[in-house]
Ligand binder design. Structure first.
Ligand code: GDP
Length: 201
């Protein structure tokens, strides 16, 4: 898929106020600082469509972008920052779960995982939640350029092994780098294939 147009549509804190549209949408979510904004910019070949984070946790909004006029890319707030209070975390959780549970046109959630790190409980728990609610998701490993090829392969294999402790199969996954564009084509093709099926039905 070629990105012809990518436009910001709306930011809001309520699922009910998300665009009134049946276009298929794809959500990007992950821990704060995982590289989500950079990835969204890389995927869409735009320099600053998503604002790279100055202060993690500041922007707790659902951001919709219209891509090529025919699908929505949704930038969800990062989770798991240490500096916010428990009650903010709870409110945040509600707001994210409301999005996933109410937004029927949400086709696939891309869960971003920093390829450098060991599997983290917060990501595992989040994917567990998605699984339990029948919400389709893929994994996107970010910042692949920061590792040597062997270390990257080892970490991905390690992640798979960890996932297979609780899942019967490894979800679809992509290895990406916003620094050098690795994975852009694969992610866009994946979205394109689903969109084609979606439009046929
Ligand atoms: P967000 O908080 O998840 O939106 O993360 P950002 O996109 O703001 O990225 C957090 C930090 O990681 C920034 O300093 C980015 O420059 C850096 N970063 C993000 N993606 C990559 C990547 O693919 N490679 C490298 N080397 N750095 C990255």
């Amino acid at each position: 898929m070629k990105i012809k147009t990518a436009e910001f549509v709306i930011s809001n804190s309520e699922v009910a106020r998300c665009p009134n549209s049946s276009l298929p949408e794809y959500a990007f979510i992950g821990r704060s600082n995982v590289g989500k904004s950079s990835l969204i910019n890389m995927i869409t070949s735009r320099k600053s469509l998503a604002k790279t984070s100055g202060r993690p946790g500041k922007t707790q909004l659902i951001n919709h972008f219209l891509i090529n006029g025919d699908w929505h890319l949704v930038d969800l707030p990062g989770y798991g920052y240490a500096r916010v209070s428990k009650s903010i975390k709870k409110t945040f959780q509600k707001f994210i779960t409301a999005y996933f549970e109410q937004r029927e046109q949400m086709i696939c959630a891309f869960v971003l995982i920093d390829s450098r790190h060991e599997p983290q409980p917060i990501d595992m728990e989040f994917m567990q939640y998605l699984g339990e609610h029948g919400i389709p998701f893929c994994i996107i490993f970010t910042k692949a350029d920061k590792l040597k090829p062997n270390a990257l392969d080892r970490n991905v294999e390690n992640y798979k092994a960890k996932m297979l402790e609780t899942w019967t199969e490894m979800p679809e996954y992509f290895v990406t780098s916003s620094e050098n564009g690795l994975g852009q084509e694969e992610v866009l093709n994946y979205i394109d294939n689903i969109n084609t099926q979606f439009l046929r039905n």
